[in-house]
Design a protein around this ligand. Structure first.
Ligand code: SF4
Ligand code: SF4
Length: 377
């Protein structure tokens, strides 16, 4: 492939992704990732890596709003899994095309974390990674919960202009907000990189609605995480105990700290505010969930012996739209949508808070104990 053909090949791959439905496509390399955490070292995924092609694929806003309005859980969950499968398919196809032209290439799958079933080492593997890990230390909780990815698609996306960091720490795309699924392909092809988006285009206005919809406390209101990627400094609010978010995402917990709304989890047992009490509480909630009827759908984590992984929150992500009015509408939908309860056949339904409490209180004790605290004599 001569230089002109190589330049055209780059454009054609980007066009391929856009035609396939991606709303933003970029290319990053070691230069525009320089200074980042270990999870920005492309050689962790592929020893011969020179660049990564990164893209964002939008989710359907109508389906999102039915989920945020606590009207339809199952449809959004299926949609989210479908979009992930489309992204995995596009990534695999791009890798295949690159390999067909003589380059090394591998897709970066969303589950490239220990909790996503990826057994590869995520601790620093060489002196450069060790140095960057000193600058961006992983917390014990993040390591214990397996939240550190081999490669961070978020950082890759921010470095090459697929989106910018919002206060929430999610990637906000220019047209679709944060409601996208990211994909990436790492390759030995030394393509020209794309720049980060202009800082002045970042429409995150600190509305703080990502925090308002959070049923727990995950985003710090005082501390920020600062990340250097090439010549650009990015920042977002520091993430606190990952177990809090994980418990709502997985449906162990449901009711918000303020008792006024819930994620899609049907538990009315509040998480303790003290992190020292959190893990004992999560053990109890895990036990409850195992005894509750299964929720329909969900990912099949084939790396585990059994079970499904349901999606029960993501509100901080789904609330964030480029238009402030849409964000405001989604905050109301989520926080005024009541509490979610679970029927005996496993289906979920949102009700006004008083009705949801009465629904659970009418259950026989053994069943009720799976959803709310029961006073013992
Ligand atoms: S919800 Fe508001 S504060 Fe949060 S990331 Fe989006 S625009 Fe920024
Ligand atoms: S996914 Fe839900 S629980 Fe986790 S940070 Fe976002 S809003 Fe909070």
């Amino acid at each position: 492939m001569n230089t002109d053909e190589f330049v055209n090949f780059r454009s054609r791959l980007m066009e391929f992704l856009t035609a396939g439905g991606a709303c933003a496509v970029g290319i990053c390399n070691a230069d525009n990732l320089k200074g980042g955490p270990p999870s920005t070292d492309l050689t962790r995924e592929l020893a011969t890596a020179k660049t990564a092609i990164v893209f964002a694929y939008p989710q359907d806003h109508k389906i999102i709003e039915a989920y945020m309005g606590k009207i339809n859980h199952e449809k959004y969950q299926k949609h989210y899994i479908d979009i992930n499968n489309i992204v995995a398919g596009l990534s695999s196809e791009v890798a295949h095309i690159l390999q067909g032209q003589g380059f090394d290439a591998v897709p970066v799958y969303a589950g490239n974390t220990p909790s996503g079933g990826d057994g590869r080492e995520v601790t620093p593997q060489n002196a450069v990674q060790a140095k960057s890990a000193e600058r961006y230390p992983a917390t014990d909780v993040d390591m214990m919960m397996g939240l550190i990815p081999v490669l961070s698609q978020r950082y890759l996306a921010a470095a090459c202009g697929v989106g910018f960091f919002g206060r929430s720490g999610n990637i906000l795309t220019a047209d679709e907000g944060a409601t996208v699924v990211l994909g990436a392909v790492v390759t030995s092809a030394d393509f020209e990189p794309t720049p980060p988006l202009p800082e002045e285009d970042n429409y995150c206005d600190d509305c703080n609605w990502c925090e308002a919809v959070c049923p727990t406390k995950y985003m710090s209101t005082t501390e920020v995480t600062v990340v250097q990627l090439g010549e650009r400094t990015h920042q977002y609010s520091e993430r606190m105990n990952g177990a809090r978010c994980g418990s709502h995402m997985g449906g162990l917990a449901g009711i918000a700290n303020n008792g006024k709304f819930s994620s899609w989890g049907p538990s009315q047992k509040k998480l303790p505010t003290d992190d020292n009490e959190l893990f004992i509480s999560l053990m109890d909630l895990t036990d409850d969930q195992a005894k509750r009827p299964a929720v329909a759908g969900g990912f099949v984590p084939a790396f585990q012996e059994s079970g499904r992984m349901n999606i029960m929150c993501s509100a901080c992500n789904l609330v964030c739209h480029p238009e402030r009015d849409v964000r405001g509408k989604r905050v109301k939908m989520w926080t005024q949508g009541g509490l979610v309860v679970q029927h005996e056949n496993g289906t979920l339904e949102a009700m006004p808070r008083e009705d949801a409490e009465a629904f659970v209180n009418a259950m026989p004790d053994e069943r009720r104990a799976l959803y709310t605290l029961i006073e013992t004599a």
